[in-house]
Design a protein around this ligand. Structure first.
Ligand code: FUB
Length: 454
């Protein structure tokens, strides 16, 4: 992501200006992400995504990613807990999946191209939402045709789990309680006009507006099936039903085709979190972004009184944090509301950290509550040479400079050391900008930070 073409600078400038105006979308800027699958577990939003490779000219995807938030504006990068390498039978195409919790375990359903059979759906299992995940079966959970992509999983109140998937068809099975096998036939859902609206574009090719990427959930006794619709460029639409297997009734468009900065695909992920409702989707708005280099975004919305979903516009993102961030506890450097120039990397010993830090790159963290005051700053850093600086600015890139940490060499880029500086007495709630300066490239790696009161 780091190196961009000169002609993309104009777009970068727009994003930069938008960034200054508090843009939050796309919510991940370090890599291209696609096909969001949010999961609420223990008061945290876990966002599982696909990962478009840089400069991709097809859906070239090799791994899946995980991010978390508790405030909907600062997102922590947890790296890649699952990749094609975890499936001995996989050939390529780590496309859209979804993860769900059941009885102490996490089940992540993902499609990929089988070495001989074509697109198939696998299931990976872990005892932690962060992984590591491993192939539960050593073979696909199912293969019914080459349109076996984009699984969505849902567990009803009575414990029955359902897996829906497919493009151009829409199919489902009832999963067994073990979540890694199913009972009964694979059912093909009739894609009729009543359930999914009559196809307008390419009506000879498909019977209904349904395209791919289903997202199944239940709210207030009603079952919702959201999906990309209408052919490319896709919009998001939904149907509802009285049971998890329908009959489905087409309701409406959720998000129209994104005209500016959209990708030709889209993909819904809908959750309720701390009393508010959110639609996750993807666009192509980052520098270098497009149909095969997509980025995950999120919008807050309110259901209509009758339970219908309103039209949701793609905006610059969520401005109000759910809760303040406590700067007096260790915060991972890869907890980011917005950034420019940074990448993330990781290994078993260091965890995930911010890297590829060059002059003028920065990380913004929102709604940091310093309470009655912070007097010093401590960062866990690794540097090959002296000379890099972390400037701490409040509320904007040019906002008041409250401290500068002059980074010292630590011996290697994974040899971590706590380094500190004094800061002016910072009180109350602020957005914090860590702005990096230095003459070298790869100035240092940045693992975590914390403020102190003395
Ligand atoms: O990300 C690869 C494919 O593009 C997904 O499986 C589809 O839903 C579309 O988003």
């Amino acid at each position: 992501m780091k190196r961009i073409q000169f002609k993309q600078w104009l777009l970068l400038l727009c994003i930069f200006i938008a960034g200054k105006l508090n843009a939050q979308n796309p919510i991940i800027q370090t890599i291209y992400t696609a096909d969001p699958a949010p999961m609420v577990y223990n008061d945290t939003v876990y966002l599982y995504t696909g990962h478009d490779e840089d400069k991709s000219t097809w859906f070239t995807m090799k791994d899946w990613r995980c991010y978390t938030t508790t405030d909907m504006v600062n997102w922590t990068d947890h790296g890649s807990p699952l990749s094609l390498k975890n499936f001995s039978w996989a050939k390529k195409d780590a496309w859209a999946g979804q993860c769900i919790y059941r009885k102490g375990k996490f089940y992540w359903y993902v499609p990929m191209n089988h070495q001989t059979m074509g697109m198939s759906i696998g299931v990976a299992i872990s005892t932690s939402p962060y992984g590591p995940f491993e192939d539960a079966l050593g073979k696909p959970l199912l293969h019914s045709g080459n349109g076996d992509i984009d699984p969505t999983v849902f567990i009803d109140d009575n414990g029955q789990a359902y897996l829906y998937w497919g493009n151009p068809y829409l199919k489902y099975v009832k999963l067994n309680e073990d979540m890694i096998s199913y009972s009964g036939d694979i059912i093909t859902v009739p894609l009729n006009a009543e359930g999914f609206s009559k196809r307008i574009k390419d009506a000879d090719k498909r019977p209904s507006e349904y395209e791919e990427g289903p997202w199944l959930y239940k709210r207030k006794g009603q079952y919702y099936l959201a999906y990309p619709a209408g052919g490319v460029p896709e919009h998001l639409a939904y149907s509802t039903g009285p049971t998890p297997t329908g009959p489905w009734k087409y309701r409406d468009t959720i998000m129209p085709v994104i005209k500016k900065g959209g990708a030709f695909t889209n993909h819904p992920g809908i959750i309720d979190y701390k009393g508010r409702s959110y639609l996750f989707y993807h666009n192509g708005a980052l520098p270098g972004g497009g149909g095969f280099t997509r980025s995950v975004c999120v919008e807050e919305f309110t259901y209509n009184a009758d339970g219908s979903i309103p039209r949701i516009a793609a905006t610059s993102g969520i401005l109000n944090s759910h809760q303040n961030l406590n700067p007096f506890k260790r915060v991972e450097a890869e907890t980011i509301a917005w950034q420019e120039g940074i990448e993330t990397a990781g290994d078993n010993e260091s965890g995930i950290y911010a890297t590829a830090i060059d002059n003028n790159d920065y990380i913004k963290v929102r709604s940091v509550d310093f309470g009655k005051g912070a007097k010093n700053f401590e960062a866990n850093l690794a540097a090959l040479t002296d000379g890099g600086t972390i400037e701490i600015h409040l509320d904007s890139l040019e906002g008041s400079l409250v401290g500068s940490l002059h980074v010292k060499a630590t011996g290697s880029l994974i040899n971590w050391q706590l380094q500190t500086c004094q800061v002016k007495n910072i009180k109350g709630k602020h957005d914090v900008f860590f702005v990096f300066h230095g003459t070298e490239s790869n100035l240092f790696n940045f693992n975590s930070w914390q403020f102190g009161k003395k």
